[in-house]
Write a protein that binds this ligand. Sequence first.
Ligand SMILES: Nc1ncnc2c1ncn2[C@@H]1O[C@H](COP(=O)(O)OP(=O)(O)O)[C@@H](O)[C@H]1O
Ligand SMILES: [Mg+2]
Length: 368
Amino acid sequence: MSSDTETSSRSSDSSYLTPSDWQELRVRPYQHQAAGHRDTLYETKDGGIIVKATERTEADNYEHIDNKDHVLSALKGYTPRYHGSISRSFFASSDDQENQALDSDGQYRRLSEWESRSRTGTCDKNDTYIALENVVHGTENLTHVDIKLGTRLWNRTAILKKRERMDREAKETTSASTGIKFAGGDIYHHGRTTPLNQDFCKNLTSETLHEGFSTIFPSIDDNILPHDKHSGSSSTDYNDQMTPSQKLEREKDMLEIVSGMKDRTQDICKSVEMVKKGGWDLTGTSLYLYHGGNKSSDDDGSSEVNGGDSRWGAKLIDLARVGPLVDDVDDQLLEDGVDLGMDTAVSKMKEREKALQQSCDRLSKMVV
Ligand SMILES: Nc1ncnc2c1ncn2[C@@H]1O[C@H](COP(=O)(O)OP(=O)(O)O)[C@@H](O)[C@H]1O
Ligand SMILES: [Mg+2]
């Protein structure tokens, strides 16, 4: 069992890509996106780096995190490692002939060859590419969820109309009442990956939010998958083939994962408080939770959940709307509700911890 490591042996500067690195980079559209805009994310050939077309602000924020004198550096280790940025105009010289051959997804091409596609998937403000560590690289049988944090989903640059629209959206979902919203994800369960589709995510209410967390951290007897609800089959059907001791092992694995993620989220919470005290607004960030098997380990298939050796992590991602508050002008903005969201996530994970612990206790009695 391993969580993602928080330290890097290289200094951050030496891991920033040079212009010629950017020129040579081969990427394809990212295959495991939980939520967010389409046509703006790419993965490198070795899968270790994600390239995102975004606003310059997001690049600046990652650079602040790498600057130990900056208030945002409190988030270091809790966000994906940053490998630098480059202006989109750097690639603008791509010629049309290359752009015509874009139909074969799955091929790795220079960013210049994807340029027109990135442009359609995004808004004009996205003038920058950033390179980030792919935090799920090396994770197989991935279960992950993108949880949008905050009760206020717009930042100080938003015009009144946008503020009103996003406030309405927050009230219609769990954002306004709990500070979190399931934006999307995938569940790996018994050899199948099921998307947490928009229907499932949008229909969660503050009363049913726990179901969202049960899909991410299921107990062995949970009937939790969105598709199971429709097909009439249940995860318990699959579990009949397992012995009590196999079930116990699987349950212990999941308990360890959720406990670790809860602890990590609490640590992130403390850093978020420091950043907020420092006058920064964290609007728009997501808590990205993931777990799965470790690709590099010897997988004997012995564990139902993760192939015996699991990887997990919790990171803050999507920093495009993060920015400093301006005294006086932004008095009414002080509450972004990101800390409320983190508290909600922690308390829901504690509920899962309790349910899994009870299940382990029950199974232990059957094993001895
Ligand atoms: N560094 C990363 N490592 C792994 N997955 C990532 C990373 N950054 C983004 N993703 C994936 O891409 C999705 C969208 O990323 P995000 O930065 O939120 O983009 P957007 O601004 O379009 O919402 C996330 O839900 C996650 O699945
Ligand atoms: Mg996002």
